[in-house]
Design a protein around this ligand. Structure first.
Ligand code: ZN
Length: 151
């Protein structure tokens, strides 16, 4: 079995049996994501222990890549600090968008997403959950709380 088969098996497995799929009753953070190009819709829920992701769950519906990617994400971020999740987000983004990128050693199973860059239309499917998680962990509070300028 070559690496491509292995990667495909990880995607197929996580699409058929998504990990951490379902609602979270009282999440510390959550956000909705939508990829209009494909029709993927995801909600990511996170419970935090201080600055550490205690648990991540997701629900919604989408194509195989978006579901598998979200499933892999929820496993990958558990137990990581927000700063570590931010770093991982950057590494996954590199992996998805740069043809010549070798998977960073810390990516683990997320390396399975490296096959996605061969299908540019699928990059947004694979990255949707990461953008959504990023929005959950870094809500634009400043913009919401900033007083409206009258000038
Ligand atoms: Zn999709």
């Amino acid at each position: 079995m070559d690496l491509k088969d292995l990667y495909r098996d990880v995607i197929v497995d996580h699409n058929r049996k998504p990990r951490n799929f379902g609602p979270m009753l009282s999440p510390d953070a959550h956000a909705d994501g939508h990829n209009p190009l494909c029709g993927d819709r995801l909600t990511i829920y996170v419970s935090l222990d201080g600055d550490t992701v205690k648990e991540a769950k997701f629900e919604g519906s989408g194509c195989a890549i978006s579901v598998a990617s979200a499933s892999l994400l929820t496993e990958a971020v558990k137990g990581k600090s927000v700063a570590e999740v931010d770093k991982l987000y950057g590494e996954v983004h590199e992996l998805l968008t740069r043809r010549d990128t070798v998977a960073a050693p810390g990516l683990g199973k997320l390396a399975a997403l490296s096959g996605v860059h061969e299908f540019p239309a699928r990059v947004k499917c694979a990255s949707l959950c990461w953008h959504t998680l990023n929005a959950a962990l870094h809500p634009p509070q400043a913009a919401v709380l900033a007083p409206t300028s009258t000038e």
